[in-house]
Write a protein that binds this ligand. Structure first.
Ligand code: NAD
Length: 271
């Protein structure tokens, strides 16, 4: 009896965004070898691809012409609003890094409908968080309470509404400046509270998942603490993430979490 050895084509991946997150993903994917092929990237300026030896385009039509099977967004809320549904309708899977954009319920519904209509998937990476597998299982068993406390150095909150609430340059101890729902956190702090949206979507939803945001001058990286309880027990998880060298709002782990999600699509062993 002859054994069949099925040859699997490499997964064709394209990126939207070549900033702090997208550039690391591009560099790592080029090193990833078999199984995954980075076919190109879209960003505002072709110069952003300098040194990457990669097809860099500036329109969605050009990106789709590269025939990606999976499009990875690492660009921001505006890019998801402009291109997200079109990517799914064109029959490509879409992995979103700017998860906080799903705090916009109408956009979330549009993306879900586009994914369903074309039989494709909207994927979210764990990003700067951990324990989402446990929490999704705990949700099935019954979850009662989920809270997130995200603490970052004061400069990471520059350019956000925190500037109106605090004198970021002057605070000398950890200061909570926001308490509210994951929806409010993700909506008002789009570059800082993607983790709140991811946690909410995996657990109790945008309204019932509670969030505290903290400016902490004693920190150099970003600390995310999750507390959850329910039928399956209690979880207390604390992550002390190194910040991205290119963007203090972003944790260094984020692009690697995206990379893990991409590689898992072709891995023989799936966790
Ligand atoms: N899920 C998470 O845990 C997590 C963690 C950190 C950051 N993020 C999110 O990831 C996103 C990217 O972060 P970053 O630090 O790499 O940003 P960045 O500002 O360094 O880079 C953004 C890139 O996207 C491109 N871009 C932006 N809008 C575009 C558009 N409309 N069309 C084409 N290209 C566009 C820019 O040209 C640039 O290359 C942000 O939305 C951020 O909030 C998510």
């Amino acid at each position: 009896m002859s054994k069949s050895n099925k040859q699997v084509e490499p997964l064709r991946v394209a990126l939207i965004g070549l900033g702090a997150i997208g550039r690391v993903i591009a560099e790592e994917l080029r090193r990833a070898g078999e199984g995954v092929q980075l076919v190109g990237a879209m960003c505002h300026h072709p110069d952003e691809g300098a040194g990457l030896e990669l097809a860099v385009v500036t329109t969605l039509d050009e990106l789709l012409d590269l025939r990606p099977e999976l499009v990875v967004e690492a660009a921001g809320h505006g890019a998801v609003k402009a291109y997200g549904a079109a990517v799914l309708r064109a029959g490509r899977d879409l992995l979103l890094v700017s998860v906080g954009v799903l705090s916009d319920a109408a956009l979330h519904a549009e993306l879900a409908e586009a994914a369903q209509a074309s039989g494709r998937q909207l994927m979210l990476p764990s990003g700067a968080l951990a324990g989402l597998d446990y929490l999704q299982a705990a949700r099935l068993a019954g979850l009662d309470r989920v809270c997130l406390r995200s603490s970052k150095p004061p400069l990471a909150w520059r350019g956000t509404p925190a500037e109106q609430l605090l004198d970021l340059a002057a605070i000398d101890s950890p200061t909570v400046f926001f308490r509210g729902s994951a929806r409010e956190a993700a909506r008002d702090y789009p570059k800082n509270a993607n983790v709140a949206a991811t946690l909410a979507l995996c657990t109790l939803g945008m309204e019932a998942t509670m969030v505290e945001l903290v400016a902490d001058p004693t920190l150099r990286g970003n600390v995310h603490q999750i507390e959850a309880s329910g039928t399956a027990g209690e979880m207390r998880l604390s992550l002390n993430n190194t910040a991205s060298p290119d963007n203090p709002k972003t944790s260094l782990i984020t692009p690697y979490s995206v990379l893990r999600s991409i590689l898992a699509r072709r891995a023989a062993l799936s966790v």
